[in-house]
Design a protein around this ligand. Sequence first.
Ligand code: AMP
Ligand code: FE
Ligand code: FE
Ligand code: ZN
Length: 283
Amino acid sequence: MGYTIDLHTHSLRSDGAQPAAEVVRSAAARGVCVLALADHDTLAGIAEASEAGGAAGVRIIAATELNTESAWGDVHVLGYFLDPADAALEERLRWLRENRGRRIELMVENLRRLGYPVPLERVVAIAQGGSLGRPHLAQALFEAGHVRSYDAAFETLIAKDAPGYVARVGLTPVEAVRLVREHGGVPSLAHPFTARDLDALVPELAASGLAGIECYYGEHTPAMTAACLALARRFDLVPTGGSDHHGRGEHGAPLGGVFVPPETIGALEARRAYHPPQVAGPR
Ligand code: AMP
Ligand code: FE
Ligand code: FE
Ligand code: ZN
């Protein structure tokens, strides 16, 4: 059995390995009763997850994870309580998904020149219509026999410092936080330690509307969790947490595999009302 709350999961709608309904059913079987489906740059799995959640007694929180890459390192922003029917939001998410696709095309081209050819069509087929990402490319590299495992594809070819890597272009961290707020969602900073200089980043994001920080995460040591909790207290952020389950390779914890305190849900809901700080204008 796992814990009862998981606020960070992925399905086939982005780079997870299971259909959204199956993620919900597997989570329910492990004892999860509140689950946020947070597929990258899409809310496409929410309807399916909600239907499965209704049948399995799991409350589904509509969410997405917006990945940014900048001088701040990898800043990923989780957006909770977003509306899958929000057409203006969908338009922004579609743009981000198109950027994902172009980036993967560039990486495929890069890998071909390096001597590791994989057909782009195969990468797209592996994604099964979900937001394209490096996990799909990793699987294609493994299938083509260029690496001995899915995880080795990251280690040797497509991790940030590996030769096949191409950087992401898209939102800045502040833009990601604002995008979530502009659409009535509640933003939380995912796995904070993939970012650089948290002491400078967190106040900047908090001033832009950040409401949470992922303190409870599978790869966190107790010291890392404590450091995040200290930032949460200092900048009045809700400590959030989740498994980051993908069901691919060794990345992420099992569904419900990370303890998240029950008061987290109410605390996040209370942050839905947002009043941007008043900027003093010219008199
Ligand atoms: P992308 O969005 O294309 O940059 O890919 C990021 C995704 O790749 C993450 O959400 C994880 O699912 C996965 N990932 C990132 N780094 C690793 C790694 N070192 N090993 C396995 N999976 C990883
Ligand atoms: Fe992912
Ligand atoms: Fe992430
Ligand atoms: Zn994630």
